[in-house]
Design a protein around this ligand. Structure first.
Ligand code: PHE
Length: 451
């Protein structure tokens, strides 16, 4: 007889853990630099539309599949569709977890290193725009140091996940998420009180449509999946720890609201500073690790804000990374009968090892160099956010439509939530639209790559 499934301690347990998963490097590192390079407000607008028409329905689909089956993604698809190939969608999710976590944890390591640098007062040597770029390149090109920080970061994830759902994931999310919010609000306040901050706000919120092209739209859609942790079964897994009393719609709205608010707040904190101090918003991935460290020294209180910023980034990354590891762990516990400790240590270790390959690919040991210029780390990032997550999300929507059935989905949504009555035709239409939007963009992108 297996142990009964662990559940969240309260409805806030799920909301905080799921928001912890959603709010991550995607919000604070990726979104600002993507917006910076793709027309600021125009990108933000497309991204918000994608969240509403694609993100929300698929998030609801995932958590209801999870709560209904009380299983990991592979088990969930298996139990709702016996002897069919739908379980492959679950396997795709587990594969995405390996792919994402291997590069995510490397960047997680960078956030730790930069928190440490900020604590040591190392940014003081950078004057606006000078020195920080070289320091960052030197750091990521070093074969040993980033690997060390990545392994520390991965070690922390393993320790939390090994403690289980309530005393690991939920407890740490309850501690870390409020810290994250408070730090972010302080940074936003610092940003908007800088002279010239309004230019940053204008950049982020007023759309420059000319900078937006088809590929930015694909980017915005992929990012909508990435930022809400959709398309790989994270939310199925977290949903599987919900009980029948929880209100799925209300929880999903909280998660999406918090995720979006935090991305926008991070954008405000960052772009007000970037513009006030006359830096380039389109710096790309280096925006956070190159531009910001060079800004802190010229800002009143910069030393302390620097520490807060990188610690914030680290906390955000950690609560997301654990949710990715939990997908793999839950699969081995449910489907293979492994103990939590064994699943966590073994697969945390395997992902840690793939992460080492990713980290080394920045430092001249790129295993892809015989074939392409792209680093292994970049490949993991692109393949997962551009293809694997949208594919997983689209198949989940199709699954609800054609296999599980809208009425069973709607019945599950009504359990624990009597205040809202879903209309089946409306829900069906929404799922068809979101499925078509993702399919269209996905196929276009695939053809562009193949053609
Ligand atoms: N949502 C996380 C972020 O924005 C990343 C993530 C993707 C986490 C997929 C889990 C699953 O950083």
């Amino acid at each position: 007889m297996s142990k009964p499934r662990e559940h969240w301690g309260s409805k806030f347990g799920f909301i905080l853990a799921a928001a912890g998963s959603a709010v991550g490097l995607g919000n604070i590192w990726k979104y600002p630099h993507m917006a910076g390079q793709n027309g600021g407000g125009a990108f933000t607008m497309v991204y918000l539309i994608c969240i509403l028409i694609v993100g929300l329905p698929i998030l609801l689909a995932e958590i209801s599949i999870g709560r209904h089956t009380q299983l990991n993604p592979v088990g969930a698809f298996k139990s709702l569709s016996k002897n069919s190939n739908w379980k492959l969608v679950g396997f795709l999710g587990v594969a995405s977890a390996f792919t994402i976590l291997s590069f995510y944890s490397v960047v997680g390591g960078w956030t730790l290193k930069y928190t440490f640098l900020a604590l040591m007062g190392a940014f003081a040597e950078f004057s606006a725009g000078q020195g920080a770029g070289e320091a960052f390149n030197q750091f990521i090109m070093n074969p040993i140091e980033p690997v060390f920080w990545h392994l520390v970061f991965m070690g922390l994830c393993i320790l939390i996940i090994a403690q289980g759902v309530k005393s690991g994931i939920e407890r740490w999310s309850k501690i870390l998420m409020p810290i994250l919010l408070v730090i972010l609000l302080v940074l936003v306040f610092r940003g908007i009180t800088l002279d010239g901050a309004d230019e940053g706000l204008r950049f982020l919120f007023s759309p420059k449509w000319s900078d937006l092209n088809a590929s930015s739209i694909v980017l915005a859609l992929g990012h909508a999946f990435f930022t809400i942790s959709l398309g790989m079964g994270t939310m199925i897994t977290y949903g599987s720890y919900m009980d029948k009393k929880s209100d799925l719609l209300q929880s999903a709205l909280w998660v999406i609201g918090l995720d979006t608010a935090i991305a926008l707040l991070a954008g405000i904190a960052i772009f007000t500073a970037v513009f006030a101090l006359g830096q380039n918003p389109a710096e790309g991935p280096g925006l956070i690790f190159v531009v910001l460290p060079s800004l802190f020294p010229s800002m009143a209180g910069g030393a302390i804000f620097g520490i807060m910023f990188f610690f914030l980034l680290f906390v955000a990354a950690l609560t997301s990374a654990i949710s990715i590891l939990e997908v793999v762990t839950a699969y081995f516990i449910d489907e293979k009968g492994w103990s939590r400790a064994k699943a966590t240590y073994i697969f945390g270790g395997v992902i840690g090892a793939i992460g080492v390959i990713a980290s080394l690919s920045n430092s001249g040991y790129n295993i892809l160099s015989p074939i392409t210029d792209m680093t292994f780390m970049d490949l993991m990032d692109k393949v997962s956010s551009k293809y694997m997550l949208p594919l997983g999300g689209m198949l989940t929507a199709v699954f609800v439509l054609v296999r599980w059935g809208i009425s069973r989905f709607v019945d599950e949504m009504h359990v624990g939530a009597a205040w809202f009555k879903f209309s089946k035709p409306v829900v069906t239409t929404i799922f068809i639209i979101s499925g078509i939007v993702v399919a269209y963009i996905f196929v276009r992108e695939l053809l562009a790559v193949l053609g």
